[in-house]
Design a protein around this ligand. Structure first.
Ligand SMILES: [Fe+2]
Length: 125
């Protein structure tokens, strides 16, 4: 078990989105083992495709007023992921990259999921 575990107060008020957010925490935990790096980056790609699409679709339907800004944050994550996947192919940067990927994902959890995502929770009721 890594540094992060799911807590009920992380809930954004939708069980499907909560489950996807828990999936991200599991991916962060997987990075404790450096051998998982390539696998985690690949799963993140799937995570981003499915989760951001689902979340943005629900927010659009709910009429969430800050959707455009929220989309920008998702887009920034997607760009970060594309750069990280390219960098991973360079063997000499892997160890440093793993630490930087962990740090980015943890800050994403704290700043995006626990702040920006929590912000739309009341719109999904
Ligand atoms: Fe989000």
């Amino acid at each position: 078990m890594g540094d992060f575990t799911w807590k009920p107060e992380y809930s954004v008020g939708d069980s499907h989105l909560d489950m996807q957010h828990q999936g991200l925490i599991e991916l962060i935990d997987m990075l404790d083992d450096s051998a998982n790096m390539g696998d985690v980056l690949e799963r993140l790609e799937v995570y981003v495709d499915e989760h951001f699409r689902d979340e943005e679709g629900m927010l659009q339907k709910a009429g969430y007023p800050d959707l455009a800004a929220h989309r920008q944050q998702h887009k920034a994550f997607e760009e970060w992921l594309a750069v990280s996947r390219r960098a991973f192919r360079e063997p000499e940067v892997s160890a440093m990259l793993r630490e930087s990927i962990r740090a980015y994902l943890k800050s994403w959890l704290v700043n995006h999921i626990l702040v920006s995502d929590k912000d739309y929770a009341s719109w999904l009721d």
